[in-house]
Write a protein that binds this ligand. Structure first.
Ligand SMILES: [Zn+2]
Length: 251
């Protein structure tokens, strides 16, 4: 069964063609949600990649929405770059080095953009990239090994990667905090209750405070929310425990 919709887009600078995929949501087997809002469908990030760096000429451009007229389902008649050439700017994002390389890309983008929504988008992805260093730390603990999801050798190698990620996360903690602070400033007061993004921005603000170890601030906002979804209840539990790491909510 084909699980992807394939699309093609053209670099506005050099006219090179790029191929990309979007996971078809009706065919997703497994959704994974983390406390920072990052969501994966069958291991593919659901957040669209709005910044494209052309693999042919290095020109970079925004794609707000992956639909006509910018993208087409029609296969070009000339050679094209496949998804791996430009997805996450060609970075091998499942390695720790790749995650930090992604952060460097985001820093470069921040230097040249001048738009609050775009800055929010970039800073959020940068936050997630730092968190990726420790996102799956739960896998290095023994219960995960005993769950049988990994063989011993795979688990041992993965554990090594997780420990390295943790070390790098600590090393970059200052800049990770700086980015969260800037994101928080952008989000506070950005949306009103009439906006579609309002509710999710409140949850994001709580999570930012928690990861910044400002538990009292996080709790203060939690106290104003009458509803307790699975997600909110989990965040609150971690706030009370004074835990600051990103964690797996569903998956
Ligand atoms: Zn180009």
């Amino acid at each position: 069964m084909i699980k992807f919709d394939t699309f093609y887009l053209q670099c506005p600078q050099c006219d090179a063609w790029l191929e990309g995929h979007i996971v078809r949501s009706e065919l997703v087997n497994k959704s994974t949600l983390y406390s920072d809002g990052k969501t994966l469908n069958d291991n593919y990030i659901t957040e669209p990649q709005k910044i494209v760096v052309c693999p042919s000429c290095s020109h970079w451009f925004w794609v707000e929405e992956f639909k006509d007229p910018l993208v087409t389902a029609k296969k070009p008649t000339v050679p094209y770059y496949t998804w791996n050439h430009w997805r996450f700017f060609g970075v091998y994002f499942s390695s720790n080095a790749g995650r930090l390389a992604l952060v460097e890309h985001y820093k470069e983008f921040l230097k040249v953009i001048n738009d609050k929504d775009k800055e929010i988008y970039i800073r959020r992805l940068m936050w997630w990239a730092y968190n990726d260093l420790v996102r799956n730390n739960y896998q290095m603990h023994l219960p995960y090994l005993f769950s049988g999801k990994m063989s011993f050798n795979v688990w041992r190698k993965n554990r090594h990667k997780q420990l390295e990620g943790r070390r790098l996360f600590k090393k970059h903690h200052e800049e990770y905090l700086e980015n969260m602070k800037a994101l928080l400033v952008l989000l506070k007061g950005r949306y009103t209750p009439d906006d579609e993004q309002y509710e999710s921005s409140i949850l994001e603000i709580i999570e930012l405070y928690r990861e910044m170890r400002e538990y009292d601030e996080a709790q203060k906002i939690l106290d104003t929310i009458p509803r307790r979804t699975h997600y909110i209840a989990n965040i609150e539990k971690e706030v009370r425990r004074k835990h600051d790491f990103v964690f797996l909510v569903v998956g």
